[in-house]
Design a protein around this ligand. Structure first.
Ligand SMILES: Cc1cc2nc3c(=O)[nH]c(=O)nc-3n(C[C@H](O)[C@H](O)[C@H](O)COP(=O)(O)OP(=O)(O)OC[C@H]3O[C@@H](n4cnc5c(N)ncnc54)[C@H](O)[C@@H]3O)c2cc1C
Length: 382
């Protein structure tokens, strides 16, 4: 790999430089600063402008029914750390992340469907799903469609405002001594004698001992600079917010074909489409129609709700099928945390904590993330 040097003097120095201010980079900045490390985060726009700002914020460690056991465990660990994380972030940053703990409900319309969902839920063997029959369901969630005969209730599932979470992570990181450089695009990793020594940005050169690449979908170009290939595809997701006015929903409804996520001020966020290989962030009328039709098929009063807004974002889906977290082989001091696809908000806590632990000398095996390590992913792709 060619060595790239810079002649210009550094405009900033830190032990660790993080590239990308989505939920992943912001969480890493918070965890690094918490460890007392000098930390700079560079974000080409403002934190939370990428996929993270488009997410609906479910921390769905069980409802997602991960088939990969390592990912399932990582997700559960991350979700379960949120109550304490939220307390710390809100105290340090003064930002409310709108954390909600009422739990998630997966409704069904036939006994067979319910049994299938129940078997899948208890197969996870860790959490304690509850079967709600039609009477219990009518008591808990009045106004569901008449054909719904029951639901699986998962009390441990929680949800949050992703944009507020980004603000809280970065606000808390700053409070602990980190620097956030918005409007700063990382262009070139600078390597000397096989070790990273800084990053050239469009604002100037930053020197550092470690670089963490957390640029979401746009991380590939930076990774290629250090000889690591980790292809990512965009999967567009569109969502819509409506106001339920006087009859807010209490629980998050996590159905097979749609999710309905209650937010503050009686807002209900309905998501999301899943459109692979689309690079634009437009919302089509057809998608909007589909989202609203599926939502009102479960909760008919969505038809009486008023429209608030719609948006779209691009999920970073890894061709390797799992996120990539850890040291990049071949160059000392370069780490990566990308490819969180549809669960970056959920996985942000555990990812930030894992990167901070790795930089302190922990190994991927002891952290339970061997399967996500760049080394392993590189081997598997051969
Ligand atoms: C509609 C929708 C709903 C979703 N719902 C959920 C959900 O309920 N729960 C959940 O857990 N996940 C959800 N997700 C997925 C989640 O949004 C992503 O997994 C997550 O945001 C990925 O975070 P990230 O930090 O890796 O990427 P991003 O948020 O995209 O952040 C990467 C950042 O890096 C910056 N960047 C890139 N290159 C550079 C560079 N060279 N220099 C400086 N900065 C750079 C970008 O500007 C960007 O801000 C949803 C996604 C969508 C689209």
């Amino acid at each position: 790999m060619p060595e790239i040097k810079t002649k210009s003097p550094a405009i900033g120095h830190a032990e660790c430089l993080i590239i990308g201010g989505g939920v992943i980079g912001s969480s890493i900045a918070y965890h690094m600063a918490k460890e007392g490390r000098s930390t700079i985060l560079v974000e080409r726009f403002i934190p939370g402008e990428g996929a993270s700002g488009a997410a609906v914020g479910m921390l769905a460690a069980e409802s997602e029914e991960f088939t990969d056991p390592e990912l399932a465990q990582f997700a559960r660990t991350s979700r379960d750390a949120f109550p304490e994380l939220v307390r710390d972030l809100e105290r340090l940053s003064g930002v409310s992340v709108e954390f909600r703990t009422e739990g998630f409900v997966t409704p069904f319309r036939s006994e067979a469907e319910g049994q299938k969902r129940w078997n899948a839920a208890i197969a996870q063997e860790v959490d304690h799903p509850v079967w709600w029959d039609s009477r219990e369901l009518a008591r808990r969630i009045p106004g569901l469609d008449g054909q719904v005969i029951g639901a699986i209730y998962r009390s441990k599932e929680t949800q949050i405002s992703p944009a507020q979470l980004c603000r809280a992570y970065t606000g808390a990181a700053v409070e602990l001594g980190a620097t956030i450089c918005s409007g700063t695009q990382a262009e070139q990793l600078v390597v000397k004698n096989g070790r990273v020594c800084g990053v050239q940005t469009d604002s100037g050169f930053f020197s550092c001992k470690q670089v963490i690449i957390a640029g979401g979908l746009d991380s590939m170009r930076l990774l290629e600079q250090v000889g690591f290939e980790y292809p990512l595809n965009p999967v567009k997701g569109e969502a819509v917010a409506v106001s339920l006015k006087d009859h807010p929903l209490e629980y998050t409804i996590y159905a097979d074909d749609i999710y309905l996520v209650p937010k503050r001020n009686n807002e209900l966020w309905i998501g999301a489409t899943s459109l692979p290989h689309q690079h634009d962030k437009e919302v089509s009328i057809g998608s909007l129609e589909g989202l609203l039709a599926r939502a009102s098929a479960w909760l008919p009063r969505v038809r009486e709700a008023s429209f608030i807004r719609t948006w779209a974002g691009l999920r970073p889906q890894a061709v390797a099928g799992r996120p990539c977290i850890g040291p990049v082989p071949g160059v000392k001091g370069v780490y990566v945390a990308v490819g969180h696809y549809r669960n970056g908000v959920l996985l942000s806590e555990a990812t930030g904590r894992a990167i901070a632990a790795l930089l302190k000398g922990a190994g991927v095996a002891e952290l339970g993330i061997s399967g996500f390590s760049p080394e392993r992913i590189k081997e598997a792709s051969k």
